[in-house]
Write a protein that binds this ligand. Structure first.
Ligand SMILES: Nc1ncnc2c1ncn2[C@@H]1O[C@H](COP(=O)(O)OP(=O)(O)OP(=O)(O)O)[C@@H](O)[C@H]1O
Ligand SMILES: [Mg+2]
Length: 394
């Protein structure tokens, strides 16, 4: 309410009838303005009272929220007014547990086909006290579809880099095989008796190069083959603690202190634990390598907006800027005995989880790897998957 109206209301007992009428007209017009603004929003907006009944809803909410027909007159908690059981269960669970800062995505059928809707619950605060809750509903189908297209483009780009990497890798062994085959051919053509030692050496080299080629192909297939990940709901904290327990002795031996900072609330993400552990193991191996003289390794899990962030922080050598941009490239390594596929695989696993990865590093200080998981809800991921298979949703 505007300050002017508030002040006028204080004087109400002293106002005459016409002054009261004009005050009321002012309040009504202000109210209409606010209501019109809310009805003009493209997002659905619903206000719930402390008993979770609908106090107000805007026009977009009628279109986006799966309300039952004639819900307006019904004095029931919002979850009893919905046609969709999943949305109803989410709202009931969150509101009854007083969890009013949550976002969840659902796939709902609309006339134009399935749409992904994001439902965000927020507390309704008035004069410092909670007076109910608000529900904001947004159609995020197009954004999700753009993200999914971007991911496909990314994976195509990484396949191209990978193919270029393989081409480069196989050049050397092929060249070396060619030279030794030529040597044998020359010896055969010369008509002189063959020297058994030389021949055996040439054949041995060819054999070694064949093994090297085989290794490259096996590694390549491992890195590009679609992973048969099965994403299920699981707690990130347990995965991290299990891994730290498993690696504890090895890390202690390497003079590496460990620290865990775990999310105390809901730590659920959609994950394939086997693959996720493999990715984390690759990150830890890199950190251990970067802290050859010991250091500190910190793992943290933290709720972010509507997803989860997992951080691995080391106090190792750090990565120079010109190296940083190449670390995810297949076969890129600065180590004598590295395959350069460790982070390529990490990247692939992270993308399979619909997550994002970011690496920040400072030479001499250390490296931080952050994996950002999307909200733990199965259905949108499935829709995205279907969209990828069928071509596109939009
Ligand atoms: N935590 C880290 N600290 C410093 N440098 C890192 C770190 N993680 C990765 N790097 C750099 O990125 C490069 C690529 O890493 P990646 O894990 O892909 O391959 P690799 O460790 O060299 O070999 P592989 O993992 O196959 O044994 C490394 O060679 C290293 O230079
Ligand atoms: Mg590595």
């Amino acid at each position: 309410m505007s300050r002017f109206v508030k002040k006028a209301l204080e004087k109400a007992p002293r106002l005459d009838k016409s002054q009261l009428e004009s005050l009321l007209a002012m309040v009504v017009s202000e109210h209409e303005l606010y209501e019109a603004s809310l009805h003009s929003l493209p997002s659905g907006f619903v206000v719930l009272d402390p008993a979770h009944r609908v106090l107000f809803h805007n026009k977009a909410a009628e279109r986006l929220v799966p309300f039952v027909p004639g819900f307006e007159g019904l004095e029931k908690p919002v979850w009893n007014l919905l046609r969709d059981n999943d949305v109803a269960a989410f709202l009931r669970q969150a509101l009854e547990a007083n969890q009013t800062s949550l976002t969840r995505e659902f796939v709902l059928d609309a006339a134009s086909g399935p749409r992904i809707l994001s439902f965000a619950l927020m507390p309704l605060v008035q004069s410092g006290r909670i007076h109910g809750s608000m529900l904001l509903v947004q159609d995020v189908t197009d954004r999700k579809s753009r993200e999914s297209r971007l991911r496909r483009a990314e994976s195509l780009a990484s396949l191209t880099t990978m193919a270029a990497g393989v081409a480069h890798e196989i050049k050397n062994p092929l060249g070396s095989m060619g030279i030794h085959i030529q040597l044998i051919q020359r010896a055969l053509k010369s008509g002189k008796p063959l020297d058994e030692n030389t021949l055996s050496h040439d054949l041995e080299v060819i054999n070694e190069e064949i093994n090297r080629l085989n290794g490259i192909v096996v590694d390549f297939l491992f890195a590009v083959r679609p992973m048969d990940t099965t994403l299920v709901l699981g707690g990130l904290n347990k995965t991290v603690t299990d891994l730290m327990e498993f690696l504890g002795p090895e890390l202690a031996q390497a003079n590496i202190l460990t620290e865990l900072s775990l999310e105390k609330g809901d730590d659920t993400v959609l994950m394939d634990e086997r693959f996720l552990k493999q990715a984390l193991l690759n990150l830890i191996k890199n950190s251990m390598h970067a802290m050859a003289n010991g250091g500190k390794l910190t793992f943290s899990t933290k709720k972010t907006g509507d997803g989860m962030a997992l951080k691995v922080v080391d106090t190792g050598a750090g990565i120079p800027e010109e190296v940083l941009e190449k670390i995810f490239e297949p076969y890129f390594t600065t180590k004598d005995f590295g395959s350069g596929l460790g982070l390529t695989l990490v990247y692939k696993i992270v993308k399979e989880h619909g997550a994002d990865i970011q690496v920040n590093s400072k030479v001499g200080t250390g490296t931080t790897v952050t994996i950002a998981f999307p909200p733990a809800h199965r259905t949108p991921a499935l829709l995205e998957h279907k969209a990828t298979e069928q071509g596109d949703v939009s």
